[in-house]
Design a protein around this ligand. Structure first.
Ligand SMILES: Cc1cc2nc3c(=O)[nH]c(=O)nc-3n(C[C@H](O)[C@H](O)[C@H](O)COP(=O)(O)O)c2cc1C
Length: 331
């Protein structure tokens, strides 16, 4: 039996399958079922900044300067049914008392402010780690990218100084420089980098002329963006890398680890196929390693990363030209 154990942000995990923040972890029954089926750790559904700031205006909206008031009703409609901080903390306590795997609390917000106490409360409730999801789509041309990215760093700095448990930061792939921001996030205190958030694209319903939120589950197609960045940054940042987005098969997990990810976080595959898919996935990972004469996952950790490439940017450029060329030759 190949050894599937991995380390992520100081957490010792029995395998690389972590449940991504999603409805999969919304109640204790589901979480126990995930544990029984072999999940190594669980990131809980996010606690949103707006939930902590229901009484006041979210600082995030202040970015938009004008015109936010008309959105308030809509805003409160969306958050009204979400849990209160007290319920979230007692949920963490319940999960911790009934399971044996690491539990990661998830914070979803973008502004530095009073809601940071929520991170301290999560630690107090027993969370083994935190994941901070920074989801902000800038729409004001007056706000420059540097300001936004500085704000991310201030937030990470404030949170990581407030708690002793490890903190992972889930970022999106549209930063001006992913390597620079990754390094700065680590300097600000991040122990893990989670690649990447998916930005959900709303659609227009032409019959009722309304904007419709659209949540499509991922496919393995989305993985390549993530493994590229894991491969580029492996060994260059002093943080563990987690891949979320497009991890569906054992091959996807193997490629992620080879690229330098310590763990893979999964939501869509299990939402689609059910929790019974977990043991099959683990069996296939184990089978692949044994068939290829590896005794442990650690043996393939980062072996396909850029760590061995002296000029990664040139390599990427050459590869780009090669890809275009190969298509023309096939015509
Ligand atoms: C229904 C649903 C709800 C989600 N809720 C959250 C959330 O609360 N916080 C968060 O950080 N990510 C959330 N995500 C994103 C997932 O954690 C994950 O990063 C994303 O789905 C990519 O992984 P996948 O390809 O395995 O689905 C959600 C995803 C889905 C499908």
């Amino acid at each position: 039996m190949a050894d599937l154990r991995v380390n992520y942000m100081g957490l010792k995990l029995k395998n690389p399958i972590v449940i991504s923040s999603s409805p999969l972890g919304e109640n204790i029954d589901k979480i126990k079922c995930l544990e029984e089926n072999g999940a190594a750790a669980i990131v809980l559904p996010s606690f949103f900044e707006e939930q902590a700031l229901q009484a006041e205006l979210s600082h995030s909206l202040l970015y938009e300067k004008d015109g936010y008031r008309k959105y308030l009703d809509y805003y409160y409609d969306v958050i009204r049914d979400k849990v209160t901080p007290e319920k979230y903390m007692s949920f963490i306590k319940e999960v911790k008392s009934k399971t044996d795997i690491p539990i990661i609390g998830s914070l979803n917000g973008i502004s530095v402010g009073g809601w940071i106490n929520t991170a301290i409360d999560m630690e107090g409730a027993g969370a083994d780690g935190l994941e901070l999801n920074i989801y902000y789509l800038p729409t004001d041309p007056e706000i420059d990218g540097r300001k936004i990215e500085e704000n991310y760093l201030d937030l990470v700095d404030e949170i990581t100084r407030s708690v002793a448990i490890p903190v992972g930061v889930k970022i999106h792939p549209y930063l001006s420089s992913i390597p620079y921001m990754s390094r700065e996030l680590v300097r600000a205190g991040a122990n893990g980098l989670v690649f990447f958030n998916r930005f959900y694209q709303p659609d227009i319903n032409l019959e009722n002329m309304k904007i419709e939120p659209m949540l499509r589950l991922s496919t393995s197609e989305e993985l390549r963006l993530r493994i590229r960045w894991a491969a580029i940054l492996f060994g260059k940042v002093e943080a563990d890398i987690a891949i979320t987005g497009g991890v569906h098969t054992a091959q996807d997990v193997i490629k992620s680890i080879m690229s330098g990810a310590s763990v893979t976080m999964i939501a869509s595959a299990l939402l689609e196929r059910g929790m019974g898919y977990l043991p099959l996935l683990l069996e296939e990972i184990e089978g692949w390693l044994s068939n290829h004469k590896y005794n442990s996952l650690q043996e393939i950790f980062g072996i396909m990363s850029h760590k061995t490439t002296s000029q990664p940017a040139l390599w990427e450029r050459a590869n780009y030209l090669k890809v275009l060329d190969s298509y023309r030759q096939e015509e």
